[in-house]
Design a protein around this ligand. Structure first.
Ligand SMILES: [Zn+2]
Length: 328
């Protein structure tokens, strides 16, 4: 049996158990955080502004809530620009028993710092390979997968460069790729195309946030390439309402795609992306109602079971797919 890196060490793949593939224990901009340590982090419920100690406590609280609901492992896709900190993840994991699978990569929709503007994809790939083979941020905690992103600006020059770097690091190390996508901007097909051009096996490619659309033609167009898809933003009604997400999941399950799907929420225990008044507005408007790490085990899966999700389909999505994606 292959082994998978977590923030507390390598584990046998069959020990991952029930896994949410896409949940964040913290989300903060590392540059802002470094330059203005006084800048507050923010969470969804009141009080919104929290201290660094509270950021840790809230991550522990959310991770514990997931464990209590039967979740054994999360994929933690917090890469560069989202405030990746594997020591923070390790502390949360040790405190709660939740296994946490870290990543390497760059999370950007467009911008790249001069450091990356002046380097080519192979030079960027070197850094990703280092995290996979040597360890992250001076630790011996190794990255299990490689993250990149495309969003509203599309797959422009900078985004293509990061995708090619991710692909080359994947080919060199065997680590799979998780690519944030934006169906509304039709990014998925081009992202897959770049990975395949670079020689990445389709089974190593996960197109995250595919569930932000209910366009089954778009989704099946990706699935036909042999890649994984994330129905991974349950609770983010701002991109697609909950009921439409569930209808899409059911339609795909009926068409036999349980072995290609991940269910998750893309939750953040805390975030500094928005000031409190914006968070207030998002919650009041229902744009991010019940968006948290508990969403899938507490609501999505029970509803799908009532609808007719079989134990086998559930085991495929929640236990076997993570192993197959991570270990090839
Ligand atoms: Zn995410």
């Amino acid at each position: 049996m292959a082994r998978v890196p977590t923030v507390t060490g390598m584990v046998e793949a069959d020990q991952l158990g029930t896994t949410l593939i896409h949940e964040h224990l913290r989300n903060s901009d590392e540059a802002v955080h470094n330059q203005w340590p006084i800048a507050g982090a923010v969470k969804e419920d009141k009080p919104y502004e929290v201290s660094p100690d509270q950021v840790f406590e809230i991550a522990v609280r959310e991770a514990k809530a997931a464990v209590d609901l039967g979740i054994e492992t999360i994929g933690e896709p917090t890469a560069m620009f989202l405030g990746r900190d594997v020591e923070f993840m390790r502390r949360v994991s040790e405190e709660t028993g939740l296994q946490v699978i870290p990543c390497t990569g760059i999370y950007t929709y467009d911008y790249l710092p001069q450091f990356f503007m002046n380097r080519d994809p192979d030079q960027i790939a070197e850094l990703f390979v280092h995290d996979v083979e040597q360890g992250i941020q001076g630790t011996d905690i190794k990255a299990a997968f490689i993250k990149c992103a495309a969003d509203e600006p599309g797959v422009n020059e900078n985004i293509e460069k990061v995708h090619r770097a991710a692909a080359r690091a994947s080919v060199r190390t065997g680590a799979p790729i998780m690519a944030h996508s934006r169906p509304a901007s039709n990014t998925g097909p081009r992202q897959v195309e770049i990975f395949l051009e670079e020689g990445v096996e389709p089974g190593k490619i996960q197109i995250a946030h595919t569930g932000d659309t209910d366009d089954l033609d778009y989704i099946e167009g990706l699935l036909e390439k042999g890649v994984w898809i994330g129905l991974d933003r349950y609770g983010l009604d701002i991109f697609l309402p909950y009921e439409k997400r569930q209808q899409t999941a059911k339609a795909l399950l009926e068409r036999g795609y349980a072995d290609r799907i991940f269910l998750s929420a893309d939750s953040v225990a805390t975030t500094d992306w928005f000031p409190p008044n914006i968070i207030d507005g998002l919650i009041a408007s229902g744009a991010a109602h019940d968006w948290n790490i508990r969403m899938v085990p507490e609501r999505v899966l029970p509803e799908l079971r009532d609808w007719g999700l079989t134990e086998e389909q559930e085991r495929t999505m929640m236990v076997e797919n993570p192993v197959r994606w991570l270990t090839g």
